[in-house]
Design a protein around this ligand. Structure first.
Ligand code: PHE
Length: 442
């Protein structure tokens, strides 16, 4: 017997779960190293513009697809447009699988650091400590711990697991972040960090690579382009404005990324850690910040614990949305019970993540290919689909726009501007991915 399709208990529950999906490692770990790589404030500025003009409109499209289809990522494209587009659903699920496999590895590092910092067990040489944490049996073990936590929440169901966890965890995350940003503001030499982060260099704003990394980051951070938001929206009842919802989610996500920078950059500059953040991309946060926390003694222990707790919460509420996409797909495909599907999807992803746990280069490559390339491909498909092919979008969003002009602007963005911008980004992303693959083969 198949179980009835789940639904959210309340709209707030849905919103917090969706914001929970968006706010994740991307906002702190990925955002921090991209911003330092791409010129600080210039990147931040371009990023915020991309969130509004590309991210939010696409997010609205994804939400509309999900609520209209009442099917998750796997089935929705076929349901809305017909069998010839069933492969899109498969692409979404595959992307989610790839992302979760390494996302869980980083979540594992986070859990491990939370324990280490809370116990005051940060070593002097934080680079060496990170190298040990990110390889071998330790990394695999903590990856499995992270996966087990994710499985435990998702097994509780959409209401009893995902929604309940989000209702508790997200407010806790906001409080922690605000407290951390307030503390960072008291650092005497944090000023240089704020300047780097907040005063844009005009020459960097107009560079194509700044734009490309901002777009990739917007997709990753908004959980866009693989049907995670779509799947969450498929558990919504009709009614309620998805336009407003989409913008609220995008705004919340952008604000958390921004606030995250207000925490990390003053710390990084206070302790002269710029070099460390710039050099080791994936390890940046885990090498630089513990160094600062270790220097600060008892205060560092408290602040560090708060920081890694916030990061773990952010990571888990995103990981559960990735797993939910897979679970929904398994249920749709096999008709199994949710519990059985969770075990299968969680187990398969846990296995697939082992290479990323053992090898940082693998993790970095997976992040570049799945996190940049595949998500952007997915976004391009969603734009073309809702802009040109699937005719139900208008009806699904009827009355949702605050003004007819906003609606016309949205349609124009989806049909013309976003596909053009994404095509441009894809040229760079494909070149980048080929480079990554070539380097791996050599
Ligand atoms: N948005 C999440 C983050 O910023 C990552 C994510 C990507 C989650 C894609 C779901 C789907 O960390």
């Amino acid at each position: 017997m198949t179980e009835p399709r789940p639904s959210w208990h309340s709209n707030v529950g849905f919103l917090l779960a969706a914001v929970g999906s968006a706010v994740g490692l991307g906002n702190l770990w990925r955002f921090a190293y991209l911003a330092s790589e791409s010129g600080g404030a210039a990147f931040v500025l371009v990023y915020l513009v991309v969130i509004v003009l590309v991210g939010a409109p696409l997010l609205v499209a994804e939400l509309a697809m999900g609520r209209s289809a009442r099917e998750g990522a796997f089935r929705a494209p076929g349901r809305l447009v017909g069998r010839r587009l069933e492969w899109v659903g498969a692409l979404f699920v595959l992307t989610g699988f790839a992302i979760l496999s390494y996302y869980s590895v980083i979540t594992g590092w986070t859990a491990r650091y939370l324990v280490a910092v809370a116990r005051g067990a940060v070593e002097r040489d934080t680079a060496a400590q990170f190298a040990a944490a990110a390889s071998g049996g330790a990394a695999v073990t903590w990856h499995l711990v992270a996966m087990a936590l994710t499985v435990a929440i998702v097994a509780g169901g959409v209401r009893g697991g995902i929604e309940r966890a989000s209702l508790v965890l997200m407010p806790a995350l906001f409080v922690l972040l605000i407290a951390l940003a307030a503390w960072a503001a008291t650092l005497p030499d944090g000023g240089a960090g704020y300047a780097f982060y907040l005063r844009p260099d005009p020459a960097r704003i107009w560079r194509l690579d700044t734009f490309t990394s901002a777009v990739g980051q917007a997709f990753f951070s908004l959980s866009l382009g693989m049907g995670a938001m779509l799947t969450y929206a498929s558990y919504l009842q009709k009614g309620g404005s998805l336009v407003r919802e989409g913008f609220v989610i995008a705004l919340a996500d952008g604000s958390v990324a921004f606030a995250g920078g207000l925490v990390t950059f003053p710390i990084v500059y206070q302790f002269g850690l710029q070099g460390q953040v710039g050099e080791s991309t994936v390890g940046a946060l885990f090498i630089a910040l513990p160094h600062a926390f270790a220097t600060l003694g008892a205060t560092g222990r408290i602040v560090g614990t708060a920081f890694f707790l916030a990061l773990l919460i952010a990571a888990l509420t995103s990981a559960i949305s990735l797993l939910e996409v897979l679970v929904d797909a398994v249920v749709a495909r096999t008709g199994w019970s949710r519990r059985r599907a969770v075990v299968l999807a969680g187990g398969a992803t846990a296995l697939a993540g082992v290479p990323a746990a053992l090898d940082l280069r693998w993790l970095g490559a997976a992040d570049r290919i799945a996190g940049n390339l595949l998500l952007v491909v997915g976004g391009l498909i969603i734009a073309i689909l809702t802009g040109w092919i699937w005719t139900g979008a208008d009806a699904e969003l009827a009355d949702g726009f605050p003004h007819p002009r906003v609606r016309r602007a949205w349609i124009w963005l989806l049909r013309v501007a976003i596909p053009a911008a994404l095509a441009l980004v894809l040229v760079g992303a494909v070149r980048d991915a080929l480079g990554v693959i070539a380097a791996a083969i050599r």
